[in-house]
Design a protein around this ligand. Structure first.
Ligand code: DC
Length: 672
């Protein structure tokens, strides 16, 4: 059954906090290693998808106790320290590369076992020869039920002899990974030796890393790996191991789609728990994008914020070797249709033998939206149209075939999020979108949620004393999120300027009230900042930031008449922002959380020690009696400076501006 989904472009910049599902590669490796351990292991944060279900199902058929808890995203496995419970099983590995290689190697550990393997048809064509030959030399016997060295086949097993295990993993590093994981349980201590090179070395490093986490060891030695033997001594030492938990890292390859999104749709994506990933080579995709100048990043605790770059300068053409991060080449290739340069991606020959011939498939689909696409055995080159040309070329929507390949579907979906024509009309349709369930069933829902919701204005209040960095942080956050920015301090300053110019003293309440009664205030948008106008004119910013104003503004701001006058104006800014099409408003001041918008979506209170604030003011070349102003602001009767109960305090004393901005954006994005 074919189906298709139209991708709705983002009407505004994206604002997403995304926790990608657990890594497929790590979930499937961890299942094998947990089955090999002499204990019960609960894997947490796992990916539950077709490929991992296949792996779990194969383990169950081999006789393991495997408990999948879909709600908690956990899998509990009772390890059998190298033993394979059932001596006969019929196993189907679907189109899951990891299950195909790992389960065959695992089953080979059984003394006197017989296993019948089948798979999806697509898997019949995928390479297995390197692994099967290695297992044959180690004692396994094969009867092929189709083409030689391919699925389907029957395997008789006599355990692994160990010693030197030679493998040709030139077509898939999974064959090497499979042997490394089972090698500790060979009869003798073994050395897994590569004949030739392997592809995707980062995946081998991932295997070595997770083996270490599980207490196994394989040390590289030239083109071989010395594997510590799980002998009787190791078994005795481990015999009493307590049940353990192992947390799977979120999927870095899946994160590539959301890292690409800000570069195409603008805005920011927060990749949750991404900064703590240490085992997956594909984390390097984000730094690759940063290197090209497409995005900027900032770490906030364990999360990574990815922003659209500001005025980037690009090369005329770009050539990148994606051998180490080849699963993410599709993400960049699809996006290349809208990048302003020619992109060549090399080092990806082996991807021709993955879910589909990925180079050929991407070339065929990209030709539908690009001026020129060419391929060599190991590369793809994409010459885009200009955006205007593309917008003119495409009538309606382009249908993208997905070849049962989840990554093709997800990459083109991200491309379709760009508002090509600027009117929000869809231009990309994804055929068979369900193929994403291989690694991410909810992908399209999550992508939809990353859109800015325009139905409801989001309000962010930023309060704090003088010179804590409210303005610079609020302005930068507004720019990143495309929210409207309002500096209420400038309102008090503007009124103070008017009073001083009119020769009115702040002690003459009556004169002040009369002055305010005659004032006509309005609003003018300057960039993202809404500025207050008086009698139709903007007062020059420099005029309201002089020493003369600094020394008087706190007294003026303490007057109840002044505060009452500005309160309704400041509250009206939410409607003004909505009218202007902003999805949110960031208002800075002293009483935003306590008086103006106590129900704001996010309230932030910036703080810094006195020394830091004085130094920052001095750096700006401004002389300001901050301490005195703060005293007046805190102690006045009407709307004194306080931290609202709901506010999050950020002490900026030892933080860079970038760090405060990242933290604030993160709080805003996460508050959704
Ligand atoms: O943020 P700023 O330094 O530009 O503010 C100038 C003065 O305005 C400050 O001393 C206190 C006053 N103010 C206020 O009372 N309430 C606000 N919401 C904003 C500023």
């Amino acid at each position: 059954m074919t189906s298709e989904i139209s991708v709705r472009p983002f009407g505004g910049p994206c604002r997403a906090g995304v926790l990608t599902p657990g890594s497929k590669s790590l979930t499937n490796r961890a299942m094998v290693l947990a089955a090999l351990k002499p204990r019960i292991t609960t894997l947490t944060g796992v990916l539950l998808s077709r490929d991992t279900e296949i792996m779990a199902d194969c383990l169950v058929k081999l006789g393991y106790s495997v408990n999948v808890n879909a709600e908690e995203k956990s899998i509990k496995i009772v390890g059998r320290y190298g033993g394979i419970p059932n001596d006969y099983a019929e196993l189907n590995v679907g189109n899951a590369g990891t299950a195909a290689r790992f389960i065959v190697a695992l089953a080979a550990l059984r003394m006197g076992g017989e296993y019948v393997f089948d798979s999806d048809e697509a898997m019949y064509r995928r390479p297995m020869a390197g692994l099967l030959s290695a297992l044959k030399e180690q004692g396994a016997e094969f009867e092929f039920l189709g083409a030689e060295n391919h699925f389907p086949f029957r395997m008789k097993t006599w355990g692994l002899k160990g010693g030197e295990i030679k493998v040709d993993a030139g077509e898939s590093s999974q064959m090497l990974s499979a042997l490394l994981m089972v090698a500790p349980f060979a009869d003798e201590k073994s050395k897994v030796a590569l004949s030739g090179e392997t592809v995707s070395r980062p995946f081998v490093d991932m295997t070595l890393g997770i083996m270490k986490d599980f207490g196994f060891s394989a040390e590289p030695d030239g083109n071989a790996y010395d594997v510590a033997h799980y002998d009787a001594a190791a078994r005795r030492g481990d015999a009493l191991e307590k049940p353990a938990q192992y947390a799977i890292e979120p999927d870095a390859t899946a994160a590539s789609y959301f890292a690409m999104l800000p570069a195409l749709a603008g805005g920011v994506c927060e990749l949750e728990n991404f900064a703590g990933c240490k085992l997956q080579g594909d984390v390097a995709f984000v730094s690759t994008l940063e290197g090209i100048g497409l995005v900027k990043t900032e770490r906030v605790e364990n999360n990574l914020l990815v922003f659209a770059a500001d005025n980037p300068v690009f090369p005329e053409k770009l050539e990148l070797d994606f051998n180490d991060i080849s699963d993410t080449f599709l993400t960049l290739a699809a996006a290349s249709a809208l990048l302003p340069f020619k992109t060549t991606i090399t080092g990806i020959a082996h991807t021709r033998r993955q879910e589909t011939d990925r180079i050929a498939a991407m070339a065929a689909e990209l030709k539908k939206v690009c001026a020129e696409v060419s391929e060599t055995e190991d590369s793809i080159s994409i010459t885009p149209y200009t955006r205007d040309e593309l917008a003119k070329k495409i009538r309606g929507e382009v249908s993208i075939s997905t070849y049962e390949d989840h990554r093709i579907a997800m990459s083109f979906a991200v491309l379709g999020c760009a508002d090509l024509r600027g009117d929000g009309s869809p231009w990309i349709k994804i055929e068979n979108p369900h193929c994403t369930s291989k690694t991410w069933k909810e992908f399209f829902e999550v992508l939809g949620c990353a859109k800015s919701s325009s139905e409801r204005m989001r309000i962010v209040g930023v309060d704090g004393g003088a010179a804590v960095g409210k303005s610079s942080v609020s302005k930068e956050c507004s720019r990143i999120l495309d929210y409207m920015h309002v500096d209420t301090g400038s309102h008090y300053r503007t009124l103070t300027y008017g009073l001083l110019e009119g020769g009115i003293s702040d002690v003459d309440t009556e004169a002040v009230e009369k002055h305010l009664g005659g004032l006509k205030i309005g609003t003018e948008l300057v960039g993202n900042t809404a500025r207050m106008t008086v009698c139709g004119a903007l007062v020059d910013d420099a005029e309201i930031r002089t020493e003369r104003i600094n020394s008087k503004v706190a007294q003026v701001a303490a007057m109840p008449a002044v505060r009452a006058f500005l309160k309704s104006y400041q509250r009206s800014m939410a409607d003004f922002a909505k009218e202007k099409g902003f999805a949110g408003l960031i208002m800075e001041g002293r009483d935003i959380g306590s008086v103006i918008f106590p129900n704001a979506d996010v309230l932030i209170f910036l703080d810094a020690d006195e020394e830091t604030r004085a130094a920052r003011r001095a750096k700006e070349g401004i002389s300001d009696s901050i301490k005195k102003r703060d005293e007046i602001d805190k102690n006045r009767k009407t709307a004194p400076l306080v931290m609202a109960e709901r506010a999050v305090r950020i002490d900026t004393s030892h933080m860079t501006k970038g760090e405060v901005v990242a933290k604030t954006v993160s709080l805003i994005v996460e508050s959704k």
